[in-house]
Design a binder for this molecule. Structure first.
Ligand SMILES: [Fe+2]
Ligand SMILES: [Fe+2]
Length: 340
C-alpha cells in the first residue's frame, strides 16, 4: 500500500496561474551568453565603500569649485540615480513576462550596479557640499545658479519618470532594451573619456569602475536585442527609430548639450550650465570639451547605427551632429525611456 494519498480519479491538477504573473517558477536558459555575462557581473561588480574616499579632500578646492563639481555629479544623478528604480521596474516586468532566467538575472545585476553608481554620486556630493544637491545654502552667484539649475534638472527627471511608468507596460521588452542601449553605448564611452581626462585619482577610479559596469550593460543589451529583434513588426521598428532620437534628446543633457526638445528649462539655464561645467572642468573633474563631447556622441551613435541597421531599423536624423536619417517628429515626455 502507498504512503501517499492518490484519489481513485487521479490527482487534481492545480488551476493555471493567470498571466502576467511571476509564477509558476522556472529557470529556462535560452541564451547561454547572458548567463556568462551574469556570472561576470557577480565577479566584476565593485563596492563603492572600498574606494579611497579619504583622498578626496574638500580643502583642495575653493567653495565655488566644490559646488561646480557637485553640480556635475547632481547632473549625472539625474540619469544614474534613476537607474535603480527604472531597472527594478524592468526586472519585475521581465519576471512577469517569464523572460528566460538569465534575462531576469542580468536585469537584476544592472539594478544592483546602478545602485552602486548612485552611491558614488551621493558620496562625492555629500563630501564636497554637505546638504547638496538641493539642501545647501548658496553663498555666491555661482552657487545660487547651480542650485536653481539642479532644481530644473530634477523637475525634468520627474517628468521622465512619469513618462517611463506609462511606457514600461505598453511596449515589448525589445523596444525598452533599444532605448537602454543608446544610454549604455553613450555612457560607456563617456566614462572612459572622463577617466582619461580627470586629474584626480579618486574620480579616475570611480569613472573606471562605472565605465566597466556600463560596458557590461551594453553587452547585455546587445545580446538581448540579437535575440528579440527578429520578431519585431514594422510598427515596432518605426517606434525604435523614434526611441533612438529620444535617447539622443534625453542623454545629451549629460553627454553634450540639450537640444530644444523635451527639456523644459528657463532661457538662462544653458548659459549658466556652461559656466558651471567650465569651472568644474578647470578644477580637474574630467569633463570633456564641447567638441570632444560631440565627437564622443558621434562615435557612440555610429556604433548604435551599425547595430540597428543590421536588423533593417532606420536611424533617425540628428541634425545637431550633422547626422542624416529619418525625420521622427517631436519628442515628448512620453517618448523618453533611455537611462544609463
Ligand atoms: Fe548602465
Ligand atoms: Fe549607470
Amino acid at each position: 500500500m502507498s504512503e501517499f494519498i492518490i484519489p481513485a480519479g487521479g490527482l487534481i491538477p492545480a488551476p493555471k496561474v493567470e498571466q502576467p504573473n511571476i509564477f509558476p517558477m522556472e529557470w529556462r536558459c535560452e541564451t547561454p551568453k547572458l548567463r556568462e555575462i551574469y556570472e561576470r557581473a557577480k565577479r566584476e561588480g565593485f563596492n563603492p565603500s572600498d574606494l579611497p574616499w579619504q583622498e578626496l579632500s574638500p580643502e583642495s578646492y575653493s567653495d565655488d569649485e566644490k559646488v561646480a563639481i557637485m553640480y556635475w555629479w547632481a547632473l549625472l544623478s539625474n540619469f544614474d540615480s534613476s537607474g535603480p528604480a527604472v531597472f527594478a521596474r524592468a526586472t519585475i516586468r521581465a519576471w512577469e513576462a517569464h523572460e528566460e532566467d538569465p534575462v531576469r538575472k542580468c536585469f537584476f545585476s544592472i539594478t544592483r550596479d546602478e545602485n552602486n553608481h548612485e552611491e558614488c554620486c551621493r558620496r562625492v556630493i555629500e563630501k564636497l557640499v554637505p546638504g547638496a544637491p538641493q539642501g545647501f545654502v548658496p553663498r555666491s552667484e555661482l552657487q545660487q545658479v547651480a542650485l536653481n539649475n539642479i532644481d530644473w534638472l530634477y523637475h525634468n527627471g520627474g517628468r521622465y519618470w512619469t513618462g517611463y511608468n506609462r511606457a514600461i507596460d505598453r511596449y515589448p521588452l525589445a523596444i525598452i532594451f533599444t532605448s537602454f542601449m543608446m544610454g549604455e553605448v553613450a555612457s560607456s564611452t563617456l566614462f572612459h573619456g572622463m577617466s582619461r581626462a580627470t586629474t584626480h585619482p579618486v574620480f579616475r577610479q570611480v569613472f573606471n569602475a562605472i565605465g566597466r559596469d556600463e560596458a557590461r550593460h551594453l553587452q547585455i543589451c546587445i545580446s538581448l536585442l540579437e535575440k528579440q529583434w527578429p520578431g519585431l513588426t514594422d510598427e515596432h521598428r518605426e517606434f525604435i527609430t523614434k526611441q533612438l532620437r529620444a535617447g539622443f534628446v534625453f542623454l545629451s543633457m549629460v553627454l553634450w548639450e540639450p537640444p530644444r526638445q523635451f527639456w523644459d528649462l528657463p532661457d538662462y539655464f544653458l548659459h549658466n550650465h556652461r559656466v558651471l561645467l567650465r569651472v568644474a572642468r578647470e578644477a580637474g573633474l574630467g569633463i570633456l570639451t564641447y567638441e570632444q563631447q560631440a565627437d564622443n556622441w558621434r562615435l557612440a551613435i555610429a556604433r548604435v547605427r551599425k547595430l540597428v541597421e543590421r536588423w533593417g531599423i532606420q536611424f533617425p536624423a540628428i541634425p545637431e551632429l550633422d547626422i542624416d536619417g529619418v525625420e521622427v517628429g517631436d519628442i515628448t515626455a512620453d517618448d523618453i525611456i533611455p537611462v544609463f
